[in-house]
Ligand binder design. Structure first.
Ligand code: MN
Length: 734
């Protein structure tokens, strides 16, 4: 791409003629004329007529061999934003497709925002949403930004810095994600020039000094390679690979290395005709020079998510220095340089909108943008989300089927699970990495094969997941899970739950719900008012039992002293009664039959509130299972199922066995905290077993006696509050 020369509209349209039809060229001319009229009497900061800018933008799009509508979009990209032209009139004069492209790059105008940042974020969001609908929007936007960066010297310094920052934060990473490396490099190098001129010119200077020395060495290497390849009849283009200023700058800054340590790395690129030749060349290089272990990467067999393909290796070169080699076909090289633009490139007989759809589908991260933006109401939060995902380093991991999933580095299996699907995330109970069980906070590494284990009996995310997960996507889905119901509902639900818990403690709610007492408790739990506290109970941010316990602590303490002895005696009596009742009566009614022998199955331990089915066993009456118990899913069983239901009104009196599996980070005291949490809910524990594995993953099994599913849920919610608890699952002994 030519940087210095200023193109005229004829230059641009003539260049376009080399690959477009006459009708298309006429269409471009019409677009240019329309823009010229609209921008008449407008001037840029440089003093040039405004139209010069859109013409250069269109020129960049022609260099990328874009389709006519996109180029016309380049000519017209500023007319709606900066002139009296409306979208409607554009659509009338041209077509809907073009109007949509221009709308996508037009900033929001009239609406007032609370701050400049908020407006900026809102503008970016609009652009990303438009881009998710039609990727050509971003190609126009990148061309626009590139020309603005090339002419940045005409703006005052504070604007230069702001625009350069924005370029580094959003547009260069975006170009990278779309694989358009030529634009990415130029954006980065130019931004560096304005953000850190001192370092920029220092690196330029150092590169100049070393150039001759390097070039002669590279030439030597290239000659050697050429003669080797000639011997085996492989035709290849071999060139020294240019290093970019910004990447040198970043390596120096991040790895704290000296210029020489980075720039002395020699790099060559070899372009061949076929994939077969790529591997043949690799073989030859590895025989000539010793490969450095761990440096070979096969991005041909496993393309990067931006579809980059190449073989990478580093060998010890002729002078004993490391020599980086990239080997790829010419097609791969096109994609390496122009990325998604190469797929959009307008070729005869090829409708770009069809070919590119396949390509867009492969950029899965891209499809998710619309998803996220639907869920995030705050544009600034949306941009933060996007920046994390655009900007951080990535790890590439695989599904068991071999699909590549790209995640920000530091991601854990839960991030992976939420990337697959929200429901997969919410129901995750464990993960296998490369076939081996790993804890949920295991940090994923490149190439890991990740298999998420889910259970429909999982009770959903724990509070801890918010700290374990890395991606904003996972975090927002987890938060969403907790806040699923609206605030008002949560408040009233939470209030109801707290009152119920208080009554369960045999205390009249109005006796403890005084404003002083409430204030004491919500402050204790760091809420700013009682409604916030109730809302948190409502969305399960905190349990009602915990609040109720705290609200009633004073009253209970006083009462305890008086009644200590009496209560103990009474409790023992109660227990005995309950045990007798349980033996006699399961609390389940069989449709149309009285006095039937009914047994609750031991495999799934149904409790009131569960959906249940009855199953007639030979000579042992009716066995009652949970409807989703694996043991009643067979066809043979299905024929012997009976309709059964829980008897009303008695469920609070009886107690039922439930098995829970709790997994978490294996630390001192975890088991005790779990037991304590269960005790706080006044629940009897009849069995406990804990074990841990080499990965510091603790698995605790407990069997408890509960009244009904509501009771069970309170216990589970309480356990999920405990730090380091990953999952709580109701288990089935199948
Ligand atoms: Mn512009």
């Amino acid at each position: 791409m030519a940087k210095e020369e200023i193109l005229t509209s004829e230059d641009v349209i003539n260049k376009a003629r080399t690959y477009l039809s006459k009708e298309d060229a006429d269409y471009l001319y019409r677009a240019y004329k329309y823009a010229e009229t609209a921008h008449k009497d407008q001037y840029r900061k440089s003093g040039e007529p405004y139209i010069v800018h859109p013409v250069q933008v269109a020129g960049i799009l022609v260099d990328l061999e874009m389709d006519p509508v996109t180029i016309a979009g380049g000519f017209l990209h500023d007319v709606v934003e900066d002139t009296d032209v409306t979208l409607e009139s554009l659509e009338d004069s041209f077509d809907h497709e073009l109007a949509m492209l221009v709308d996508g790059v037009t900033k929001l105008g009239k609406i007032k925002y609370k701050s400049k940042e908020a407006l900026q974020a809102e503008n970016h969001r609009k652009m990303f949403v438009a881009m998710a609908r039609d990727i050509r929007v971003i190609l126009i936007k990148l061309a626009d930004r590139l020309h603005n960066m090339r002419t940045l010297k005409h703006l005052p310094p504070h604007k230069q810095r702001r625009i350069s920052n924005e370029t580094l934060e959003i547009f260069a990473p975006l170009a990278h994600r779309l694989g358009i490396s030529t634009i990415k490099w130029e954006l980065e190098d130019t931004a560096l020039r304005y953000l850190n001129p001192q370092q920029y010119y220092r690196i330029v200077q150092l590169m100049k000094q070393k150039r001759d020395e390097r070039e002669s060495y590279i030439d030597e290497v290239i000659d050697e390679l050429k003669s080797q390849l000639k011997d085996v009849n492989i035709e290849a283009d071999i060139s020294g690979r240019p290093k970019h200023l910004y990447s040198i700058y970043r390596k120096m800054a991040e790895q704290k290395k000296q210029f020489n340590e980075i720039y002395d790395l020699l790099a060559v690129r070899i372009l061949v005709h076929s994939i077969k030749d790529c591997y043949a060349v690799l073989g030859i290089i590895h025989t000539c020079w010793k490969p450095m272990p761990g440096r070979f990467k096969d991005y041909i067999a496993m393309p990067k998510p931006n579809l980059y393909q190449s073989l990478h290796t580093t060998v010890i070169g002729p002078k004993g220095d490391p020599l980086e080699v990239q080997i790829r076909t010419k097609e791969m090289h096109e994609i390496a340089e122009y990325g998604i633009a190469a797929h959009w490139a307008y070729k005869e007989g090829k409708q770009p909108s069809k070919g590119s759809k396949v390509f867009e589908d492969k950029l899965t991260w891209f499809r998710e943008i619309l998803d996220w933006q639907n869920e995030t109401h705050d544009a600034e939060e949306f941009m933060e989300t996007l920046k994390v995902d655009l900007f951080s380093d990535m790890v590439y991991v695989f599904t068991p089927k071999g699909d590549v999933i790209e995640l920000p580095s530091g991601s854990v299996p839960l991030d992976f699970a939420y990337r697959i699907h929200t429901e997969v995330g919410n129901k995750t109970i464990g993960a296998k990495v490369n076939g081996k069980m790993e804890p949920l906070d295991y940090q994923l590494k490149n190439g890991d094969i990740v298999e998420v284990m889910t259970s429909k009996h999982s009770y959903g995310p724990s509070q801890d997941w918010l700290t374990i997960t890395q991606t904003s996507q996972a975090k927002s889905k987890i938060k969403q899970f907790f806040k699923r119901q609206r605030r008002e509902e949560n408040i009233s639900k939470g209030k109801e739950a707290v009152e119920k818990e208080i009554r369960a403690l045999d205390i009249e709610p109005k006796d403890v719900l005084t404003s002083d007492n409430l204030k004491r408790v919500f402050e204790k739990f760091n809420f700013s008012n009682e409604d916030d506290m109730y809302a948190a109970v409502g969305y399960q941010g905190i349990t009602a039992a915990l609040i109720a316990t705290r609200l009633t602590d004073k009253v209970r303490e006083a009462r305890q002293k008086e009644q200590n002895l009496e209560e103990t005696i009474e409790e023992v009596q109660n227990e005995t009664v309950k045990k007798k009742e349980q033996k006699r009566d399961s609390g389940v009614k069989v449709e149309g039959v009285d006095n039937m022998l009914v047994r609750l199955s031991k495999c799934c331990n149904p409790v009131p509130g569960d959906k249940i089915v009855g199953y007639i066993t030979k000579g042992r009456g009716v066995s009652v299972h949970r409807a989703d118990c694996p043991n009643v899913q067979t066809e043979e069983v299905a024929q012997r199922l009976l309709h059964v239901e829980w008897e009303n009104g008695q469920t609070d009196k009886k107690q039922y066995h439930v098995d829970l599996e709790i997994s978490g980070y294996d630390r001192r005291g975890l088991v005790n905290e779990v037991l304590q949490a269960v005790n706080e809910t006044k629940t009897n524990i009849i069995y406990v077993n804990g074990r841990s594995d080499r990965n510091r993953m603790a698995v605790i099994h407990i069997t408890i006696l509960i009244h009904n599913t509501g009771h069970l849920k309170r216990i589970v919610d309480r356990i999920k509050q405990i730090k380091d608890v990953y999952t709580v699952t109701r288990t089935t002994n199948s």
